[in-house]
Design a protein around this ligand. Structure first.
Ligand code: HGY
Ligand code: MN
Ligand code: MN
Ligand code: MN
Length: 429
């Protein structure tokens, strides 16, 4: 751990040595809220607009209020928005934040770290009675993971004008529509279009996030500078074959839907690997009402394909879809496929990447630039304003989307110090 002597940035901002512990504590409290059925398993799952999700929104609102945010509100899609007013010298605000929903059986830090690191800085400024020349707007995005509904980046998308009204009619596994879930949560659907932010009102967007990979851990570097967020595309689909008797159907007479997906899965694995820096995942492979003695007649599956550049992603996707077509023809099965998300690569804005680099350099932390294989809210805000991200090292080889996801309060402290330095530098500009 690179211990850094306490730094006096200048007469305006001090570094508070306990911020890392405060971020740690906030996240521990927040991780107590989990969806029904997961608590007894000791698993963290907070999906869009469940009671646990609403409890998280309330907890984050309280933390924002207690940290000195001048205004805190929950917006029409469930984002929690806290604003720490500036002196008004600069009419444009700096936006920051990340998401508070999780994947099923996820980790405590994915998303949440990016809410609490900036909030710890607001708390330190507020305690010192300091004001920045610009407003700082912290957004806890309500939905990024697309778990309960296929509506990835819904929270940040609402701010960029990308909320898709068709999402309202999607139903979850219990048959509850998003519209009903919003009504149950007291959210007003009609107010969603007004959430769109105007680019001219903002300086930019910065996001702190755990790396969710092994690179910083292996380099033993606590912070990383994100150069670009990879392009991605996601599909949900199903293959329809013919259910038949497992004992009497000869192997050359089967229309096995699951075997077709399995063959596709192996194609995705070797085709993505062939690029070297693409990734392809079949994360969902389900035989609905499957039986041990029935050849699968249906198989539901997902595709998640990513690459550093849009064109590379598109080549990967077209090869995978061509393979799907030929596998289906060969096996006499059919497929239905729906694209559920597409996001372009989001390069960091040079001036914001530079600010993170200056902050990390001032901390004396070795500089490591790296792409993000994971998608982040920053790639949505990228569509309307300049953005850049800071990665925080994860333990356990940076494993994520897994309860083993973890980092240290020391590294949280360094991330908070880097954020304070970025704010201080911006305030000087
Ligand atoms: O899947 C992702 O990249 C992000 O964690 N939503
Ligand atoms: Mn995630
Ligand atoms: Mn995330
Ligand atoms: Mn029988």
């Amino acid at each position: 751990i690179h211990r850094i002597a306490e730094i006096r940035l200048n007469d305006k901002f001090g570094i508070t040595p306990t911020l890392g512990n405060q971020v740690w504590d906030w996240q521990e409290v927040l991780s107590q809220h989990t969806d029904p059925g997961y608590a007894e398993l000791g698993q963290l799952t907070v999906t869009y607009l469940t009671d646990a999700h609403r409890a998280c929104a309330k907890a984050i609102s309280k933390d924002m209020q207690e940290s000195g945010c001048d205004t805190v509100h929950i917006d029409a899609v469930g984002n929690v928005v806290g604003r720490y007013k500036g002196t008004g010298a600069n009419p444009r605000a700096l936006m920051t934040g990340s998401h508070y929903d999780t994947v099923r059986n996820g980790g405590k830090y994915d998303g949440r770290l990016g809410i609490y690191v900036p909030l710890a800085c607001v708390h330190a400024l507020s305690v010192q009675g300091k004001r920045l020349p610009f407003d700082l707007e912290i957004v806890a995005f309500a939905e990024e993971e697309g778990q309960r509904y296929k509506a990835t980046f819904l929270g940040s998308g609402a701010l960029t004008g990308d909320f898709n009204p068709a999402w309202l009619d999607q139903v979850d596994a219990q048959g509850i529509s998003m519209r009903e879930a919003m009504q149950h949560a007291g959210l007003c659907v009609d107010d969603i279009p007004a959430l769109k932010r105007q680019a001219e009102d903002y300086l930019g967007f910065v996001e702190v996030h755990i790396e969710q990979g092994p690179v910083l851990n292996e380099l033993d570097i606590p912070l990383g500078i994100v150069t670009s967020i990879n392009a991605s595309v996601r599909f949900q689909g199903e293959i329809i074959g013919m259910a038949s008797h497992a004992g009497t159907t000869p192997m050359d007479r089967r229309r096995d839907a699951a075997a077709a997906v399995a063959e596709l899965m192996l194609f995705v694995e070797q085709r993505a690997a062939a690029d070297g820096d693409s990734v392809g995942t079949v994360g969902i492979l389900q035989v609905p009402n499957g039986s041990i003695n029935v050849v699968p007649g249906r198989c539901i599956f997902s595709l998640d394909l990513r690459a550093p550049r849009d064109a590379q992603r598109d080549r990967l996707a077209s090869d995978v879809l061509a393979a799907l077509q030929s596998i289906c023809e060969k096996r006499g099965v059919h497929h239905a496929l729906q694209e559920t998300m597409r996001a372009s690569a989001a390069p960091s804005a040079p001036e914001w990447q530079q600010r993170w680099e200056d902050a990390v350099r001032t901390l004396g932390v070795p500089l490591h630039r790296m792409p993000s294989g994971a998608g982040h809210d920053a790639m949505k805000l990228h569509e309307i304003m300049p953005q850049a991200m800071l990665f925080v090292r994860g333990l356990n080889s940076g494993i994520s989307h897994n309860p083993l996801e973890s980092t240290t309060s020391d590294d949280m402290q360094l991330a908070t110090e880097a954020f304070e330095l970025l704010l201080a530098q911006l305030a000087e500009e």
